[in-house]
Design a binder for this molecule. Structure first.
Ligand SMILES: C[S@@+](CC[C@H](N)C(=O)[O-])C[C@H]1O[C@@H](n2cnc3c(N)ncnc32)[C@H](O)[C@@H]1O
Length: 355
């Protein structure tokens, strides 16, 4: 129904290959390549269908001793998660290790601040051009370190507590990256569970690492902590994939391509419960006059035409709730949160009429 082709203004986009009537479901992104429920909400959001019932804690956990920081709204969702997300049982042990690390760090840090990190990686002269960010990561590559040098922090938390003690938001990033690394490992063994996914395809999505770090410079140190944490706790077979390049690839692409997991029904009061990346849904560009509506149905993203579309017309969604705002407010919001100056037809026309 559509093909991915270059646009004249913003990388690739999705173009109708024939006329498409209004109300047509043009794409379903079925399985997130990676997702995370934010720590504050993890007991209240079903890990499979993302159901949230105004703060009610879900009761269903995984069978067996490893609960992996996952809660489910019912047994059916639990069983579907296991079958669809982790058929090879590689993911649960990794998520469980993260939860063990959190628990250890919390116990050890009762008398000190969680997330305290005494090494000052970021020199005040850093200008945060992308080459400065590259060279800092290269430095980290040089000093860090095989997993064995980190002396197994789960067995030796006194020695390595600072490696385990992260902020909640960093544990969320660690889970997001860990899922991606397990997927990458499975992909390299030809057992991928994500349709449309190849690591190269994922890496061809845009990254906004430099923009993100410039907006929130402390995130650079944070990303480095996430990398060291994963280097320290992930089992040996995954270690070849726990590289600075891969961690940066995931976190940079999250900044450009993530779909927030919003409380439904969507309103201006909805909470953002988590973050997900659907590579197959990431080729839709933004328009302030969109012709496609994205809707989350459980854990899937559905893309449906909101009006009739001509052959060769670009299919665009709206990235956020800004369509009723004036031109400058929309431009500012898209620049601040999505890091691009919008060049959709509506903005170009309104810019032209202002000139
Ligand atoms: C989720 S990606 C969409 C796919 C992307 N065009 C690609 O080739 O990978 C979002 C990025 O596409 C570009 N983009 C999307 N909508 C745009 C718009 N209305 N104006 C300018 N650039 C846009 C921006 O670079 C943005 O960071």
């Amino acid at each position: 129904m559509f093909a991915i082709r270059p646009t004249s203004y913003g990388g690739r986009g999705c173009f109708a290959t024939s006329e498409i009537p209004r109300g047509t479901l043009v794409h379903i992104a079925t399985t997130p390549f990676t997702s995370v429920i934010f720590r504050d909400f993890r007991k209240e959001v079903c890990a499979y269908c993302f159901a949230y019932d105004l703060g009610r804690t879900w009761k269903v956990r995984l069978r067996g001793p490893e609960t992996a920081g996952l809660w489910f709204c019912g047994e059916e969702c639990r069983d579907r998660w296991v079958k669809e997300e982790d058929p090879s049982r590689e993911l649960v042990p990794v998520l469980e290790l993260i939860e063990q690390a959190v628990a250890l760090a919390r116990r050890k840090s009762q008398n000190s601040k969680v997330g305290e990190y005494d090494e000052d990686f970021v020199h005040e002269d850093f200008s945060f051009q992308s080459d400065a960010i590259d060279s800092l990561w290269k430095h980290i590559d040089g000093i860090v370190i095989s997993a064995s040098q980190l002396a197994n922090p789960l067995r030796n938390p006194t020695l390595n507590n600072r490696v385990l003690a992260l902020e909640d938001i960093e544990y969320d990033s660690a889970r997001l990256v860990a899922v991606a690394i397990v997927r990458l490992y499975l992909d390299s063994h030809n057992t991928s569970v994500v349709p449309w996914f190849t690591w190269n395809g994922f890496c061809s999505l845009e990254s906004h690492e430099t923009d993100l770090i410039n907006r929130l410079p402390a995130l650079l140190e944070s990303h480095i902590r996430v990398f060291i944490f994963l280097r320290a706790i992930m089992p040996n077979k995954f270690q070849p994939f726990v590289t600075t390049a891969n961690v940066r690839a995931v976190l940079g692409r999250e900044a450009a391509n993530a779909f927030g997991i919003w409380q439904l029904p969507l309103s201006s009061e909805s909470e953002c419960l988590g973050s997900s990346i659907f590579p197959s849904g990431s080729y839709f560009n933004h328009s302030c006059d969109p012709n496609v509506m994205k809707t989350r149905i459980g854990r899937q993203m559905h893309f449906t035409t909101s009006r009739a579309v001509r052959e060769d017309e670009e299919l665009c969604i709206s990235y956020g709730m800004m369509l009723t705002m004036p031109l400058q407010a929309r431009q500012d919001l898209l620049q601040e949160q999505w890091y691009f100056g919008c060049r959709c037809g509506r903005c170009i026309a309104e810019l032209g009429s202002e000139a």
